[in-house]
Design a protein around this ligand. Structure first.
Ligand code: XMP
Ligand code: MG
Length: 184
């Protein structure tokens, strides 16, 4: 089924669908199986970086067939409707578990310059998890500024600003069920 673009008021900036809903679902199911195999018999903790990963986390964890726990943290380097990182990120850890007892899988919406994940993984490593890996829904390798490779990257996207399925532009469009390019 081809996703049609919404024509209602407020969606004028949506240019084209990049990843339709059925492709998101199929790929998440595939990666959920890989994660289930890799973490069977291991205490698994998913840590989702809010807000962008909330829908991905919700769908991914339901494709994981081994026991897992979930925590959330925040990291933000954007201000208002800017699409460029401020370079002055704020990380707010809301994790009230001793992560040294878990194999941690960080769940992120998109890796862009890579700076967020380099910083967050360095901070989490100090808390001595049994292991630490990163699963990102989207990867924009063309934009990389630091050396970082996610362990699981579900889709490679071009260097355009994308929204939907949790990702926003100025807090809007998170509710779109697909990934779309936005015209700025
Ligand atoms: P870095 O550059 O540190 O940034 O890898 C990662 C964070 O930047 C946001 N980001 C985007 N958000 N559409 C979005 O809605 C995009 O195309 C985009 N590119 C980067 C996102 O919050 C990610 O966690
Ligand atoms: Mg993010």
């Amino acid at each position: 089924m081809v996703d049609t673009l919404p024509v209602s008021f407020g969606y004028e900036n949506i240019k084209r669908v990049i990843i339709p809903e059925n492709e998101l679902k199929a790929r998440i199911a595939e990666v959920g199986k890989c994660i289930s195999l890799e973490y069977s018999e291991k205490p698994l903790l998913l840590i989702a970086i809010l807000k962008g990963s909330f829908i991905f986390l919700a769908d991914l964890c339901r494709e994981i067939t081994v026991p897992c726990e979930v925590e959330f943290m925040r990291s933000s380097s954007y201000v208002g409707n800017s699409t460029v990182s401020t370079g002055n990120p704020k990380d707010i850890f809301g994790i009230d578990k001793d992560i040294s007892k878990y194999h941690v899988l960080l769940v992120e919406d998109i890796v862009d310059t890579g700076k967020t994940l380099v910083r967050v993984t360095e901070q989490l490593k100090k808390l001595n998890p049994l292991s630490l890996k990163v699963c990102t829904l989207l990867d924009k390798p063309e934009r990389r500024e630091v050396d970082f490779s996610p362990d699981f990257a579900l889709f490679i996207v071009p260097d355009v600003f994308v929204v939907g399925y949790g990702l926003d532009f100025d807090e809007k469009y998170r509710n779109l069920p697909y990934i779309a390019e936005v015209s700025l």
